[in-house]
Design a protein around this ligand. Structure first.
Ligand code: EPZ
Length: 417
C-alpha cells in the first residue's frame, strides 16, 4: 500500500492547477449509456474512480478510449444490464448506471452499493423516483432489479436532497414519454454540468441548478462533446492548503462562484484572498480567527470540504463548532488529527475545535477520500514528519495531489509501505 510522507512547515508559493470534477465526470460517463453514439469528454481528471467507472461501462459492453484528459465512450450494443457487486462495492457512484439502463434498455440489475466509511448511504430515493417514472423496481439477493417498458414522465418531489438521486432521475426522465417535474432537487454544479451534457445529446431540460428541474422526454439521444466542469472540492482543498501554509498561492482553472460558501467563511476569518474569473489568490502567513460552519446542500457549505476546514480551524484563534448535517459518520479524521495534537472534541454531529494548536507530525491513517486530504493538509503544518497511510483513498478523487503540492514547495513524497 502506498503512503505519503510529508516534512511539515514548508511555505507554499506559486500556481496550482485544478483538474476536472470527479463528481461531474462520473455521471457524465454513465450518460453515454443513453445513446449508441460516441460521447467525448474533456478535462477528465486522472483519478481512480474514473478507471472504476470505465470498468463498469466496459462490463456492460461499452468501448472506450482515453488520450490525456480526453475520454471517448460508446455503447454500441448492451452485453447485459448488470453492474456486479465486486465493482459497485468499490464505488457507490456506480449506482448512476441505473437510470440510463432502465430508460434506454428497459432493464437493470445493479448491486446495492452497501454503506461506506461515512455512512449508510441508502439509495431508496433513487428507486422511488424510478418507480414514479413507471419502472418496476425490486430488491433481492443484494441486487436492485428494475424493469420498464418506456418510462412515463411524472411529477416527483425528493424527500431529501440527493445529488446522484437527482442525476439518476434526470437521465431516466430524458427518455421518458412526456413531461417530468422534479422538485427538491440537488443544486450542485455537477448536476448542472450533467444537464448541459444531456442537452447537448438532445435532451430537453430546464431548471438544473435550481430546486425544480423540468424535463420533456425525447425518443432518443445522440452523441456529444463536453468539457467537464472544474473540481470545486479539489479547488477548495487547495484554498485550505494555501490558507494554512501559503505565502502567495494562485489556484488556477477553478470556478470561484462554486466555492462561495467557503470563500465567504475564510474572508470572515481574516484570510487574505482575491477572487478572479477562473482563479483564486491566497496570501497566507497572517493569523486568522475561527468561525462556525454547518455543512449543507449546495450552495451551502460543502460536506466534502468539512474535514479540510477542520484542519484550518485547528490553526485559527478561537473555538469553532463544525456541524456535519449531511452524513452520519463523517468525523473519522478527528481521532487522526488528535494524534497530531489537535484540540477537537466530538459530540454527535458537532465537532468543537480549539485553536491555534501547533501540530506535531506522526503516522496517521486515511479512512475515506476527504479525510485523507485533510491529513495531507495537517501534515503541511505539523512540525516534523507525518506519514499518511492508505492513500488509495486519496487517489480515488485527487489527481496527483502530491505532485501538485510539491510544485508549490511542499516537501512530500509517495512511498511504498
Ligand atoms: C454525492 O454523493 C457526492 N458523490 C458525494 O461526494 C457528496 O459528499 C454528496 O453528494 C453530498 O454532497 C458523487 O457525486 C459521486 P447524496 P451522493 O445522495 O449523491 C441521503 C466525495 O467525497 N440519501 O446527496 O451519494 C444520504 O444518506 C463524495 O466526492 C438517502 O437517504 O450523496 C445522505 O445523508 C462523498 N437516500 C444525503 O441523503 C437516497 O436515496 C445526501 O446524500 C440518497 C441519499
Amino acid at each position: 500500500m502506498d503512503a505519503i510522507r510529508i516534512e511539515g512547515r514548508r511555505r507554499l508559493r506559486g500556481t496550482i492547477h485544478v483538474s476536472g470534477a470527479k463528481n461531474a465526470i462520473l455521471p457524465a460517463l454513465t450518460a453515454a449509456l443513453l445513446t449508441d453514439e460516441e460521447v467525448c469528454l474533456a478535462n477528465v481528471p486522472g483519478v481512480r474512480d474514473v478507471d472504476t467507472m470505465l470498468k463498469v461501462l466496459e462490463h456492460l459492453g461499452a468501448e472506450w478510449s482515453r488520450r490525456g484528459d480526453r475520454v471517448t465512450v460508446r455503447l454500441g450494443r448492451l452485453l447485459h444490464p448488470e453492474a456486479p457487486y465486486d465493482l459497485v462495492r468499490t464505488m457507490r457512484a456506480s449506482v448512476l448506471v441505473l437510470g440510463p439502463l432502465v430508460a434506454r434498455h428497459g432493464q437493470a440489475r445493479v448491486s446495492m452499493p452497501g454503506g461506506c466509511a461515512i455512512g449508510a448511504r441508502p439509495v431508496d430515493l433513487h428507486l422511488d423516483v424510478l418507480r414514479a417514472l413507471g419502472a418496476e423496481v425490486r430488491q433481492e439477493h443484494g441486487y436492485i432489479e428494475a424493469r420498464a417498458g418506456r418510462l412515463r414522465g411524472a411529477s416527483y418531489t425528493f424527500d431529501r436532497i440527493t445529488v446522484t438521486g437527482t442525476e439518476n432521475a434526470m437521465m431516466a426522465a430524458s427518455l421518458a414519454e412526456g413531461r417530468t417535474v422534479l422538485r427538491n432537487c440537488a443544486q450542485e454544479p455537477e448536476v448542472s454540468d450533467l444537464a448541459e451534457l444531456l442537452t447537448r445529446m438532445g435532451a430537453q431540460i430546464s431548471g438544473a441548478g435550481t430546486d425544480t428541474i423540468r424535463i420533456e422526454g425525447v425518443e432518443s439521444l445522440g452523441g456529444a462533446e463536453h468539457r467537464v466542469v472544474p473540481d470545486r472540492i479539489e479547488a477548495g482543498t487547495f484554498v485550505c492548503a494555501a490558507a494554512l501554509a501559503g505565502d502567495e498561492v494562485v489556484i488556477q482553472g477553478c470556478r470561484p462562484e462554486h466555492l462561495s460558501a467557503l470563500l465567504q467563511r475564510l474572508t470572515g476569518c481574516g484570510i487574505n484572498l482575491e477572487v478572479g474569473v477562473d482563479a483564486i489568490t491566497i496570501r497566507g502567513g497572517g493569523g486568522f480567527t475561527s468561525a462556525d460552519v454547518s455543512t449543507r446542500p449546495y450552495p451551502g457549505f460543502a460536506t466534502d470540504l468539512q474535514a479540510q476546514y477542520m484542519v484550518l480551524m485547528t490553526q485559527a484563534s478561537g473555538a469553532a463548532v463544525i456541524a456535519e448535517t449531511i452524513f452520519e459518520n463523517r468525523f473519522m479524521h478527528v481521532q487522526e488529527l488528535q494524534r497530531l495534537g489537535a484540540d477537537i472534541r466530538c459530540e454527535g454531529h458537532n465537532a468543537f475545535v480549539k485553536g491555534p494548536r501547533s501540530l506535531s507530525g506522526a503516522p496517521v491513517m486515511a479512512t475515506d477520500l476527504r479525510a485523507s486530504a485533510c491529513l495531507i493538509l495537517a501534515g503541511l503544518v505539523a512540525s516534523g514528519e507525518t506519514l499518511v497511510r492508505r492513500v488509495y483513498h486519496l487517489d480515488r478523487g485527487y489527481d496527483r495531489i502530491e505532485e501538485k503540492l510539491r510544485g508549490l514547495g511542499a516537501e512530500m513524497e509517495r512511498i511504498k509501505e
